[in-house]
Design a protein around this ligand. Structure first.
Ligand SMILES: [Zn+2]
Length: 353
């Protein structure tokens, strides 16, 4: 790597005199590759501070356009950028903040198909996503690739930060084995968020990423910081690695990326449709209600009326699976060790993602 130029020495002078950073730490920052998932509320402050700090290469993954309603908190974007891709707007701003930083943009949604390919080229992942499927996707990809995942999330006046690094501590699934039922989780669009909240949490994510790169301090591995903006309170929870974690545990069952929309029960993933005889439909109804009573905190999101030859169930459980076999249909509910098998009528059809 090339030594720091005269301009860089001036630019980073406050780092160079800082104990635990200095020229060596600054060189590590210059050689670092950090990717941000989302150039939104959390990604904005994180990217700005990481660029200003001199992280050599920043990756930005976002497929969205700048919307007027973003500007209340997504401070990397300006009014003139409304309607343009967020990655373009962010790249321009970061170039102005620090022209020494290489910005690599990925104007696509992070999916199970492209996540490993994109993330494998970076040292650290900063997750600024705002939905559960992406959060589980980022977590699993980071565990599979052995990368640290600097996690942050915000809602209304509260925020959370942690570093999930399965090599040295728990992962996101050790903390939240399963996503909440989709109907119970309002998004920031529905529930609101105070604009400064992602500024605080995203800045903490930038700090954790810098600590991991330079190697000073105590990283937030195995600890979850909860921030309450109304009381101005930081609390900390110790996190343990779950030996039964399906992705980083002793006997992992998730060895490749899965369908995270289905896992989180969003989109069509949670919909199980079965065209069958009335007796099979009645058995299925009984099966679902038994599962619902076993898992008291969950409930069926909706059950369409069962007609004589058609039943439609929206599975409230994440990753409910219905599988069509040659002559039988099997539905499993993970975590409940429950499995229903039904002989299919000749013309039966099961559709499930
Ligand atoms: Zn885990």
């Amino acid at each position: 790597m090339r030594p720091l130029s005269h301009e860089e020495l001036l630019r980073y002078s406050r780092h160079l005199t800082l104990p635990d950073v200095g020229p060596e730490g600054q060189a590590k920052l210059k050689g670092a590759r950090v990717v941000l998932i989302g150039a939104g509320g959390l990604g904005s402050p994180a990217a700005l501070y990481l660029a200003a700090a001199g992280v050599g290469t920043l990756g930005l993954v976002d497929f969205d356009l700048v919307d007027r309603s973003n500007l209340q908190r997504q401070i990397i974007h300006g009014t003139s950028a409304i309607g343009t891709p967020k990655i373009d707007s962010a790249r321009e701003r970061l170039r102005d903040v620090n022209p020494h930083v290489q910005v690599e943009t990925f104007g696509q949604q992070l999916t199970s198909t492209n996540a490993l390919e994109i993330l494998q080229n970076f040292d650290i992942v900063v997750d600024g996503s705002d939905n559960f499927p992406t959060r589980y996707l980022v977590n699993d990809a980071c565990v599979l690739l052995g990368k640290p995942n600097v996690y942050g999330s915000v809602f209304r006046f509260d925020g959370q930060v942690s570093v999930f690094y399965a090599k040295k501590g728990p992962c996101y699934r050790c903390l939240y084995a399963e996503p909440p039922p989709p109907d119970l989780v309002p998004s920031c669009a529905d529930g609101g968020v105070l604009g400064v909240l992602p500024g605080i949490i995203g800045s903490l994510q930038a700090l954790e990423a810098i600590k991991l790169v330079v190697g000073f301090g105590v990283p937030l591995i195995g600890r979850l910081v909860l921030f309450d903006g109304r009381r101005m309170q930081f609390r900390e929870l110790g996190l343990q690695k779950d030996p039964d974690c399906p992705v980083c545990g002793e006997h992992p069952t998730v060895r490749e990326l899965i369908d995270y929309e289905a896992f989180c029960g969003v989109g069509d993933g949670g919909l199980v449709r079965l065209s069958c005889s009335s007796s099979v439909a009645a058995s299925l109804t009984l099966f679902w209600s038994t599962c619902a009573s076993l898992a008291k905190r969950r409930s069926l999101a909706s059950t369409a009326p069962v007609t004589s030859r058609y039943a439609s169930y929206r599975a409230a459980w994440p990753s409910c699976r219905a599988m069509e076999r040659s002559s039988r249909c099997a539905i499993t509910v993970p975590g409940l060790s429950r499995r229903a098998r039904f002989s299919k009528a000749r013309d039966s059809r099961v559709c499930a993602a």
